[in-house]
Design a protein around this ligand. Structure first.
Ligand code: CU
Length: 145
């Protein structure tokens, strides 16, 4: 096979280009394949709480165990806060005191169980600023191996 130097150079360039593509494919292949089995950090479950005199209304009352991000809007005229406690009274999280029209937040990681969500300002809980949330066990993770 008679090939001119120019043709040979073109073949070399083509081979180099294909080699580079091959390297790119190999480099990107394992990364894509690794993604599904990489440990997944669960995104926090979000919920909204509206606080007023005298009620605490949550956008949802059922969660899975794991991180929860509760955003609180005080739509009342008085200050309010939000406390999350176990049925035995042990407090697991609390917000700051939120002024009227203010926003607050509670970030907490909860295990399975029932929790009371309430306002700790004097008399507010007794007047009705209390609700219950239920946290269920997360479904068993499927092993991909
Ligand atoms: Cu309150």
């Amino acid at each position: 096979m008679a090939s001119s130097p120019r043709t040979r150079r073109r073949l070399v360039i083509t081979a180099l280009a294909l080699g580079a593509l091959g390297t790119a494919a190999i480099a990107s292949g394992p990364v894509i394949a690794a993604r599904p089995s990489a440990p997944v950090k669960p995104a926090p479950q979000r919920a909204l709480a509206f606080a007023t005199e005298f009620a605490l209304n949550l956008s949802r009352s059922n969660f899975r165990e794991g991180p929860i991000r509760l955003q609180i809007k005080n739509i009342g005229e008085d200050d309010h806060d939000v406390v999350i406690s176990r049925p035995n009274g042990k407090v697991v999280a609390r917000s700051r005191v939120i002024p009227s029209e203010g926003l607050g937040e509670v970030r907490v990681r909860l295990g399975p169980g029932r929790y009371r969500v309430w306002c700790s300002l004097t008399g507010h809980r007794a007047h009705g600023m209390e609700t219950t949330i239920v946290v269920k066990k997360a479904p068993a993770r499927r092993d991909r191996s």
